[in-house]
Design a binder for this molecule. Structure first.
Ligand code: GDP
Ligand code: IMO
Ligand code: MG
Length: 421
């Protein structure tokens, strides 16, 4: 079975939690795009793990893979392996494989990301992890791949060719070009550490599927941060929608059995860009506090707002979800009434689907319906039928609006705080 799981909003929907939960039934969990701009939280027992590159199935018996479409900061990956080791979790090459063609994020990518962002008149609010510049180099065929990094002479030859170009670019952006060559010795060391993990991810996955094994592809970010279909230009630099899992991983689309969307019961966004249902006042603060809405990667406060059905509907189109995991329903406890955005007023018309351009989305005025809230603590519920009628009603209303079955409802950050509908 091949399942693809993606975020349906602007990231941070709770993908890490759902992947950890589902991984118990999978043989392989694989990341297919993005890099350490992602921050996926897994909480089991009293332990919290914030994962940036290692797939969120790490606490289960699944094999973990990082595909060739991921941009890998080797320093961050090695730190993450060390962090897990100190928590008693050994991430050996038998556990984790990284594709030979994964692109390496070099210090000059991070520097260029920061310098470019400083100079932008309209900020994007990137995570400053060098993601966009690493993908630029993949597309322009100037990337350093893990295979290059792992072979010292190939890496040094690549750097000999690239360094003058990168130094000029950094000077151009007003930065210090020394960052390019100063880091080379450290990076040869990282290559040696990561060499044993190298694998061919596409081959491993296809062989596994041929043997009827279960593979779960874990998306990072969310539908509206997709480089093409998202709210350009306030997007990330990879394709975050389900279809791209096939292309990034080298697995044909006929293999896909399930596509799961992770949807937060309200909406959040970190960084710039349109967010029609954003609540700057009391409700926004309430959601941020109750939901702990601060970036897992950068610690920035997340912008919070009411559930946005037009954006969620578009995510359903972009991904063709077969089922939905609705997260953070518990965060809405105590808010009454709850508002749901069911459409937008835009240029004198009411629309149920978002306009294509960000400049148009900025001008949309949400049309809300109000639904009844609930007061009872739902974080200990063990069965969907234990939920107050108003909470069940909220879930069913979202299901109606999206036309996709909600299979899982999450009522707290822990693995067991989950209801199967
Ligand atoms: P991801 O990037 O999609 O994996 O999401 P993050 O981990 O960045 O952010 C989700 C946050 O919400 C994390 O702190 C999770 O521990 C937490 N979380 C996940 N599901 C729930 C839930 O159902 N209720 C509550 N209260 N918190 C949740
Ligand atoms: P997970 O996987 C939320 C946002 C950044 C910024 C934009 C571009 O945890 O859901 P980038 O550094 O990627 O060039 O920044 O994308 N962003 C995320 N927002 N969750 C994420 O990942 C994100 N990854 C990137 O805030 O607005
Ligand atoms: Mg996150």
């Amino acid at each position: 079975m091949f399942t693809i799981l993606t975020g349906a909003q602007f990231g941070d929907e709770g993908k890490g939690k759902i992947v950890d939960l589902l991984s118990q039934d999978y043989d392989i969990v694989v990341r297919f795009q993005g890099g350490n701009n992602a921050g996926h939280t897994v909480i089991v027992g009293d332990d919290t793990y914030k994962l940036h590159l290692i797939p969120s199935g790490v606490l289960t018996d699944a094999r973990l893979l990082i595909g060739p479409g991921v941009v890998v900061d080797p320093r961050v990956l090695i730190q993450e392996i060390e962090m897990l080791k100190s928590a008693g979790i050994r991430v050996t090459p038998e556990k984790l494989g990284i594709d030979a063609k994964a692109s390496i994020i070099m210090p000059y990518h991070i520097e260029m990301d920061k310098l470019r962002e400083q100079r932008r008149t309209q900020k994007i609010g990137t995570t400053a992890r060098g993601i966009g510049f690493a993908y630029i180099d993949k597309i322009s065929r100037d990337e350093v791949r893990l295979a290059d990094l792992a072979h010292k002479n190939d890496f040094l030859a690549t750097m000999d060719e690239l360094a003058p170009q990168k130094e000029r670019a950094i000077l151009d952006l007003g930065g210090d070009p020394d960052v390019v060559r100063d880091s080379i010795p450290d990076y040869t060391g990282y290559g040696a550490i990561l060499k044993p993990y190298i694998t061919d991810v596409s081959y491993e996955l296809n062989i596994a599927l041929n043997h009827d094994m279960n593979v779960l592809a874990e998306g990072a970010q969310g539908a509206h941060l997709d480089i093409i279909h998202g709210t350009q230009k306030y997007v990330t630099s990879s394709s975050t929608v389900a279809g791209s899992a096939c292309a990034y991983l080298g697995v044909g689309p006929k293999r896909v059995d399930q596509v799961i969307g992770v949807v937060k019961a309200y909406i959040t966004r970190v960084g710039e860009g349109p967010l029609p249902t954003e609540q700057a006042g009391e409700i926004g603060d309430l959601l941020r506090e109750a939901g702990g809405e601060f970036g897992t990667t950068t610690g920035r406060p997340r912008r919070c707002g009411w559930f946005d059905a037009p954006l969620a509907r578009k995510a359903v189109y972009l991904n063709a979800y077969t089922g939905i995991a609705l997260t953070k329903l518990d965060v809405l406890t105590g808010i009454d009434p709850i508002r749901i955005c069911i459409g937008y007023e835009f240029d004198g018309q009411c629309n149920e689907y978002p306009p294509e351009l960000s400049s148009e989305l900025e001008r949309c005025v949400p049309v809300y319906e109000e639904v009844e809230g609930w007061d009872q603590d739902i974080s200990g519920a063990e069965d969907f039928s234990d939920l107050p009628a108003a909470a069940q009603g909220y879930v069913h209303r979202i299901e109606d609006l999206l036309g996709v079955t909600i299979q899982i409802v999450s009522v707290g950050p822990k693995r067991e705080q989950v209801l199967f509908v």
